[in-house]
Design a protein around this ligand. Structure first.
Ligand SMILES: C[S@@+](CC[C@H](N)C(=O)[O-])C[C@H]1O[C@@H](n2cnc3c(N)ncnc32)[C@H](O)[C@@H]1O
Length: 285
């Protein structure tokens, strides 16, 4: 489970330090997601849970006539996204610290809503998607990616398997906010339909999740997984005095290195990964 307060705190801070590695891990999925988005009309774009901004920046760069707003609850990630927009001299994109479940822009409502893995963390997903439906223009398009089941995502399930108390594969509530909360299409369809979204469709995307590269790809991947995912959660628990069924940082790192060596091929450490690209539209009034 990863809730709002965690994204506003240490989890968001960690992601802000790791955006280059995160963008690399998602690169193959991002390409597919951007291709889907490119098929759709829309000149006013909302990016939900924009993080360090990769998707917003790609859309703003490719479609100079659009205006893009990326919203995220993490100050640290929004700051990283703003720095990237500034470095790229993009004037048609803005990044705001906002909860997407409450944000609206009545002067200029979005007609295209996108997200790369930013929609699985709402406390009350039906309420959040109902709110979003009221803030967009009639007929607005929605496109987002989310993970399929943890069992199809060994980057998470294998790492969780190293840590006795990690619950990524069997969370007490499988729909609780977290990376796999939107794995079940029937659940997602019910959430979106309850909010007034129509034409809901799911495209499965299998991709290679690159965790480490370069002269020492295992060290690179280790640095990544000490900040992101189930091992990072166990390390945060250790730091607050909990014992996630493991003695200490060194033990987590040793187990991780063994796993990463097994997943290494030459100068790359990678895992198979599985996502949905979900599309829907807001009904016309
Ligand atoms: C898995 S990360 C994905 C970040 C980014 N889209 C990317 O692909 O790198 C999920 C993001 O959703 C954000 N988030 C979680 N709940 C949110 C909410 N209610 N409103 C806006 N952003 C939220 C988090 O802060 C985090 O940046």
């Amino acid at each position: 489970m990863t809730g709002l307060d965690e994204w506003q705190g240490g989890v968001g801070r960690n992601w802000a330090t790791q955006w280059r590695r995160t963008d690399r891990s998602f690169a193959a999925l991002t390409k597919r997601l951007i291709a889907r988005i490119a098929e759709l009309p829309g000149n006013r774009v909302l990016d939900i849970g924009c993080g360090a901004g990769e998707l917003s920046l790609a859309i703003a760069g490719a479609r100079p006539g659009v205006r893009v707003t990326g919203v995220d609850v993490s100050d640290d990630l929004v700051e990283a996204a703003q720095a990237r927009a500034h470095a790229g001299s993009l004037a048609n994109v803005e990044f705001l610290v906002e909860d997407a479940a409450r944000w609206s822009d009545p002067q200029s409502p979005p007609n295209l809503v996108v997200s790369r893995h930013g929609v699985m963390f709402f406390d009350d997903p039906p309420a959040a998607f109902a709110h979003l439906a009221t803030t967009v223009r009639p007929g607005a398009q929605l496109v987002f990616s989310c993970f399929r089941a943890a069992s199809e995502n060994p980057w998470a399930s294998e790492i969780a398997g190293l840590i006795p108390q990690a619950s990524v594969t069997t969370p007490p509530d499988r729909f609780a906010p977290g990376p796999f909360a939107f794995a079940d299409p029937a659940h997602v369809e019910a959430v979106l339909a309850a909010g007034g979204w129509q034409g809901i469709a799911f495209e499965p995307v299998d991709f290679t999740y690159v965790a480490g590269e370069g002269a020492d790809p295992v060290a690179d991947a280790l640095a990544f997984f000490c900040h992101i995912g189930p091992a990072a959660a166990a390390l945060r628990a250790l730091a607050t005095g909990d014992r996630p069924g493991i003695d200490g940082r060194r033990e987590i790192e040793e187990r991780l290195v063994e796993l990463l060596e097994r997943r290494r091929e030459g100068s790359r450490v990678s895992f198979p990964a599985a996502a949905w690209i979900v599309t829907a539209r807001r009904g016309a009034d």
